[in-house]
Design a protein around this ligand. Structure first.
Ligand SMILES: C[S@@+](CC[C@H](N)C(=O)[O-])C[C@H]1O[C@@H](n2cnc3c(N)ncnc32)[C@H](O)[C@@H]1O
Length: 271
């Protein structure tokens, strides 16, 4: 059983980043947060980027570009870890605020981003007012959080009208199944509790199960890194479908071209 202790908000964040634009709720600053006593990332934090940076480089750049294309200028990176994604946001001119429950991961992030970086130690519920951001990012967090993935997604959608989710993708094609032992191996190496949460995430229907449980709407979904990961945009409101084109080719390719609200879905898949 994970022990939790109440921690006053003022203890979790010594630096408040442009508070006037973030519109922090004063009542929430004094609210009590529950942060895990044991830091599950204490061991891996110093090596996390060495293991993941190469594998995630193009996807991190894509996440920043995705926000930039849609004019999302203020992004909350929930479970920001070592702050790697925030560097990509910085390069794209996006103001990102990072929150994470792990002191070890945040220590690495502070070293990389500097002592005045917009980072805070926090866990659910996050100390910001409703709609403080344009988008909230859950990058490789939903499958492993002990907060409950749908609780975290609902919270993301309280803080921003859109959430971006990077997650393990549900295997659908033969090639996906070939890569599944690798995915399970990575999650198993992260520890037994971690692996148990991942298996629950999968058993509950992966990304689509999560979106359904959170009463949210999937407005964009693309496969990343050989189809092992999925990058999705989720919104509180269903997008309006303006135009759509589904092309099925004789060679077994399915090309879906769809505009939903301001979001363009352009996917080509073999089936
Ligand atoms: C696998 S790491 C991903 C880090 C980073 N987002 C990335 O893309 O590399 C998951 C991170 O989520 C954090 N995390 C999990 N649950 C959280 C919660 N409820 N609140 C804040 N951070 C959380 C963990 O501490 C960890 O740093």
């Amino acid at each position: 059983m994970l022990k939790t202790i109440p921690v006053p908000y003022c203890y979790t964040s010594r630096r408040i980043w442009y508070p006037h634009t973030l519109n922090l709720a004063h009542s929430q600053r004094s609210s009590l947060l529950t942060l895990p006593l044991r830091d599950e990332y204490a061991g891996i934090a110093p090596y996390y980027d060495a293991v993941t940076a190469r594998f995630l480089f193009a996807t991190r750049r894509r996440i920043a570009a995705f926000c930039q294309e849609r004019g999302w200028r203020r992004v909350l990176d929930i479970g920001c870890g070592t702050g790697e994604q925030m560097l990509f946001f910085q390069d794209a001119g996006i103001r990102a605020f990072g929150v994470d429950s792990s002191p070890a991961m945040l220590a690495v992030a502070r070293r990389r981003l500097g002592p005045s970086a917009p980072l805070a130690r926090a866990s659910f519920p996050f100390p910001f007012s409703d709609a403080s951001f344009d988008a909230a990012l859950l990058s490789l967090v939903a499958h492993e959080t002990d907060t409950g993935s749908e609780t975290l997604l609902r919270e993301a959608l309280r803080l921003a009208p859109h959430a971006l989710i990077l997650e393990w993708r549900k295997p659908e094609r033969n090639r996906d199944y070939l890569l599944q032992p690798l995915v399970h191996c990575i999650e198993r190496l992260a520890g037994q509790r971690h692996y148990r949460r991942f298996r629950t995430f999968a058993a509950q229907g992966w990304l689509r199960g999560l979106v359904h449980r959170a009463d949210a709407h999937l407005i964009h979904d693309e496969s990343r890194v050989l189809g092992v990961l999925t990058l999705a945009a989720v919104s509180k409101e269903p997008g309006e479908v303006n135009e759509g084109l589904l092309t099925l080719s004789a060679t077994g390719q399915r090309h879906l071209n769809l505009n939903v609200g301001n979001t363009r879905i352009d996917r080509m898949e073999r089936f």
